[in-house]
Design a protein around this ligand. Structure first.
Ligand code: NIG
Ligand code: FE
Length: 419
């Protein structure tokens, strides 16, 4: 029992009762106010009950106390764009790209997403869960407490459902909050070759309404690109999402400027993702709609892209920027969000502060979870990552190191200071 008696009030009257308390560290709250030195975080019922400088702490006692030993605390990290659940891998395609083939060429020749669709259709739910768990665990060890997982490698009702169920199962078996996004409009399945409008009709009239009715969807996404779906087809998917009361996100302007970001903004999308080719007009539309730009430096790096996302325009127009792994077998087999922080700074020239906001407060915005996650503030989920670093910028600095010393999710210690 921690005794705060003798602080400001006597034990008893007016005394706060907490479940746990973290002290003797520094906090990057990612909320207005920013950095708290010699911080105290008090937790009650899975939420942050109080956070502030030690000298301002109210009188109270906690059932358990944790000495941070001078370490830093941030909100639990949020990986807001992943395709974590899939069958097989695409190492052979990686080799082909090194030999000169482009991502688009491979896709048009029937490889790419279609090859992962075949492997995913052949996998049962348990094996999808098991292979995704192998990718999830390194993320969790790095302080990730919320992860978004998309479907999109099934492209038929049964397999899309199986992917989403596998994603939800990960949230039950591991200490992580999972948000599921229906990406049935990811690519044209081979059985619909030449009949894209028919497939979109199936997605809108059959697949999405059924998956939504089964409670498997938190949001809807699509791939708007010349190798995927047109803006008109994407708009049909978004109209369906609106009818179902689901928010939308979009793989937008990744390989070309198809006006995807502006389209997403027209539907008040939570986010437009990739956005390398987004124009100033698209940027303005995003700013007006409050649509987050989700930057995916792993895909940019892996495809050896040269067109940078318009970071300066996002800054100028006040578009919030998030950063994510885009963990997927084709363009970004990334299982480290910390590495993405480094790449966002090195490749996209984000400041470490911007990159950190990208995996906390802005990532929460991109998932529609800003009311409960993404910053260290009273009332928010007690999701904390504790770091063995001398300064938060160090989280963006190391390549391949993991300074995460402890993780708390919903007030519960899920990775302990001892290791
Ligand atoms: O986010 N761009 C489309 N979708 C994924 C890649 C999918 C794949 O190649 O398997 C992405 O980059
Ligand atoms: Fe993606």
């Amino acid at each position: 029992m921690v005794r705060w008696d003798g602080q400001r009030r006597e034990a008893g009257e007016g005394m706060m009762e907490w479940d746990s308390l973290w002290f003797n560290g520094h906090a990057a709250t990612m909320a207005p106010g920013g950095i708290l030195r010699d911080a105290v975080v008090a937790v009650k019922d899975g939420r942050i009950a109080w956070i502030g400088a030690a000298r301002d702490r109210p009188a109270g006692r906690a059932a358990e106390e944790h000495d941070l030993g001078g370490r830093w605390v941030t909100p639990g990290l949020i990986d807001c764009h992943t395709h974590l659940v899939f069958g097989g891998n695409r190492a052979r395609e990686f080799e082909m790209r090194l030999e000169g083939a482009t991502y688009e060429e491979i896709a048009r020749a029937g490889g790419g997403i279609a090859s992962t669709v075949a492997a995913t259709r052949a996998a049962d739910e348990e094996s999808l869960i098991a292979s995704a768990a192998v990718r999830l665990q390194p993320l969790l060890a790095e302080g990730v407490t919320v992860v978004e997982v998309k479907s999109g490698y099934g492209l038929d009702l049964a397999t899309e459902r199986r992917m989403l169920r596998a994603a939800r199962a990960l949230g039950e078996r591991f200490p992580v909050t999972v948000r599921t996004t229906g990406l049935a409009a990811h690519a044209l399945p081979p059985e619909f070759a030449g009949r894209a409008d028919d497939y979109i009709a199936l997605v809108c009239d059959g697949m999405l309404p059924t998956l939504a009715a089964e409670g498997l969807l938190d949001a809807v996404d699509a791939f708007c690109e010349r190798i995927a779906f047109s803006p008109e087809q994407t708009a049909r998917v978004f109209d369906t999402a609106r009818r179902l009361g689901l928010p939308v996100k979009l793989h937008a302007d990744q390989l070309s400027d198809g006006g995807g970001a502006a389209l997403a903004a027209r539907y008040s999308a939570l986010s437009a993702d990739h956005v390398e080719h987004t124009s100033e007009e698209g940027t303005r539309a995003m700013a007006m709609a409050g649509t987050v730009a989700v930057l995916l430096p792993g895909a940019f790096y892996m495809l050896r892209e040269t067109k940078l996302p318009p970071i300066e325009l996002f800054r100028r127009h006040g578009v919030p920027m998030a950063v994510s792994t885009d963990c997927n077998p084709g363009t970004s087999p990334a299982v480290s969000l910390l590495l993405m922080l480094n790449m966002a700074c090195t490749l996209f020239r984000l400041t470490p502060q911007e990159a950190l906001a990208g995996v906390t407060s802005n990532a929460a915005l991109a998932l529609g979870m800003a009311a409960t996650h993404g910053t260290l503030e009273p009332g928010k989920a007690a999701d904390l990552a504790v770091w063995d670093v001398g300064d938060p910028a160090e989280l963006c600095y190391w390549l391949g190191a993991n300074p995460c010393a402890a993780v708390v999710r919903g007030g519960r210690l899920v990775k302990s200071l001892q290791g």
